[in-house]
Design a protein around this ligand. Structure first.
Ligand code: FAD
Length: 297
């Protein structure tokens, strides 16, 4: 899919489906990524995004696997890019590399501090916030479709939800075409967020980001980092599943399926699955959604 068609697709009103990969470190995990990409092609994802590691640590791997997913698997790929550790000139160079590789969309992020550091420190010749990166992409690669991050439960560093929303508006006003949300498990958080974005005149699609729980410990860790809440009912069901990995995964799949159904029924522009490079849960969720009449093949 070209950049223009993703923009058109975002405006079409038809539910989007997208998935997120991370760049693998080893040959074995690269095989897993490619297997997953093949398995999910049947659901015709509108795009596949691929994350960018802290401090630019995955610069070449993000590009390498973005190319694989695009050239070998036929995906419309949206590489992520963060401001961490890069000067403005380096960022321009990376944007140019994405453009030359035919990748017509970029997720523009500030990024988290590298491991071991707690505060984000901008590069002396770099950017402070994602809205500046959106501006730089817009300037360097005007036809690019730009995604930005949104936080239904507020970004952990923000001093208030209203200030965080104002900062989201800066990203959209700078040229962001759509928002993908941080993961959440309680749909009311999403619907409240979307209401607040429209009150703030943020008039772009807000794509809900969903993650299937496959380990209670892992999700507690993720949620502590990004401050997403875990509904009591989900927590109880995970506790009841205990150490039985298959039972935990079944709870995770059922939860995301019901989240996705309600989101789509109530007008969300689609769903974005954080798949952690694993095909199993995503295939099961998509099969259930297809059986319920969503995402007809
Ligand atoms: P910003 O929009 O810059 O916001 C960061 C903080 O600064 C917020 O508290 C905001 O309210 C405030 N702020 C924003 N703009 C301004 C301004 N102009 N003036 C003052 N304050 C401001 N991380 C990675 O390292 N790699 C990834 O690939 C990656 N992918 C992600 C994908 C999605 C969909 C999401 C939701 C997050 C992703 N992250 C990723 C995590 C993200 O980098 C962190 O959440 C990071 O802390 C903030 O990034 P941001 O782009 O939202 O930053």
């Amino acid at each position: 899919m070209t950049a223009v068609s993703l923009k058109t697709r975002l405006q079409s009103g038809k539910a989007l489906f997208s998935i997120e990969f991370f760049p693998p470190k080893s040959d074995t995990s690269a095989e897993q990524l490619l297997r997953t990409a093949e398995a999910l092609k049947v659901y015709s994802p509108d795009f596949a995004s691929i994350t960018y590691g802290a401090g630019g640590s995955t610069r070449s791997r993000t590009l390498k696997y973005a190319r694989h997913l695009s050239e070998d698997c036929g995906y419309a790929v949206m590489p992520h890019l963060t401001c961490v550790g890069h000067s403005r000139e380096e960022l321009r160079g990376i944007i140019a590399e994405f453009r030359e590789a035919g990748l017509g969309q970029i997720m523009a992020l500030r990024g988290d501090p590298p491991e071991g550091e707690t505060d984000f420190k901008p590069h002396p010749e770099g950017l402070h916030h994602a809205n500046e990166l959106v501006g730089l992409i817009h300037e360097t690669f005007p036809e690019c479709t730009i995604g930005v991050a949104g936080y239904p439960e507020m970004h952990p560093e923000a001093s208030s939800p209203d200030i965080d929303l104002l900062n989201l508006k800066r990203k959209v006003d700078a040229g962001g075409h759509f928002v993908t949300t941080q993961l959440f498990f309680d749909n009311t958080k999403y619907f409240e967020f979307v209401n607040r974005t429209s009150q703030a005149k943020i008039e772009v699609p807000v794509l809900p980001g969903l993650m299937c729980v496959t380990s209670r410990e892992q999700i507690l860790r993720f949620c502590a980092m990004c401050r997403a809440s875990i509904p009591a009912e989900l927590n109880q069901r995970l506790l009841a599943a205990g150490d039985d990995a298959a039972a935990v995964e079944a709870v995770g799949i059922d939860w995301v399926y019901h989240q996705a159904r309600e989101l789509l029924e109530r007008g969300a522009p689609g769903i974005h699955l954080y798949i952690l490079n694993r095909e199993g849960p995503a295939v099961k969720i998509m099969e259930k959604l297809k059986a319920a009449g969503f995402y007809k093949a």
